[in-house]
Design a protein around this ligand. Structure first.
Ligand code: ZN
Ligand code: ZN
Length: 111
């Protein structure tokens, strides 16, 4: 018996903005870092088992920022807001005028 997930759940399209906003941890979410090989069958999915992944432990949405980034964005992936990094930097090269989504979470003690 294996305890590995059969499908790469962050790639199957099962998360969308509605389910992300319905998460009880939204907008901060509860980020959980894991080694892909510990969770997924990498032969099946073709992923690198040593790659680290960050998802919300409640709604499974992947985090926008990768673990390999020095200052990763802490919002859920595919977010319409500006990127917001763990250090509080707001990336301003992308503009999403008219967004009425909640303000970014307070990241003062996120680390
Ligand atoms: Zn969540
Ligand atoms: Zn981002």
């Amino acid at each position: 018996m294996t305890t590995l997930a059969k499908h790469p759940f962050w790639l199957d399209g099962s998360f969308d903005r509605d389910s992300v906003e319905a998460c009880s941890y939204h907008p901060a979410h509860s980020w959980w870092t894991f080694r892909i090989g510990d969770v997924l069958d990498c032969e099946w999915s073709g992923r690198n088992p040593d790659e680290n992944m960050v998802i919300c432990r409640a709604c499974y949405v992947p985090r926008c920022g990768y673990t390999t980034e020095a200052d990763p964005c802490i919002l859920p992936r595919h977010h319409p807001e500006l990127h917001l990094t763990a250090s509080g930097e707001v990336e301003d090269s992308t503009r999403w005028p008219g967004s009425e989504k909640p303000a970014p979470p307070d990241v003062g003690s996120a680390r």
